[in-house]
Design a protein around this ligand. Sequence first.
Ligand code: ZN
Length: 167
Amino acid sequence: MTVRRVVLLGEEVLRAPTAEIERFGKETQALVQDLFDTMYYAEGIGIAAPQISVSLRVCVMDLSRADDSESQRLTLINPVVLESSKTEEKATEGCLSIPGMEEVVKRPAHIVVRAQDELGRTNELEAEGLLSRVIQHEIDHLDGILFFDRVTPLKRQFLLKKWKKNQ
Ligand code: ZN
């Protein structure tokens, strides 16, 4: 078990481009395990590789903390959003890399995603509700996008000012 340090807002790796995983071996499996270990330790429901300083297209999630259910480990490697609904939903988001900041973000309600698992097997997945939101939030991390990039510029300015003041 390896809990890695979670990168915070302001560190460049959060905005850096990420590379696809091409070879699926022990290293990929170890990275996935580190992501889960770090996410559970930090009490999050999703985390992406850039958040532990790894610029690769890997993210993991487990919503069981949010709805108090059995473990729902989900690993998405090289994920691609194939479809997103026109219908959007609003909900409050936060991020392990920006502790203390929360804001309502509007996102497509329903998505279809194609991704590989840690063994390289390709799966397609439909998601709605919280799962859809978490998947979109984590895929955004792989593209260097943070959740406050998706609110109005005025609100973003306000959030950043407040966040910096509290650091
Ligand atoms: Zn995040």
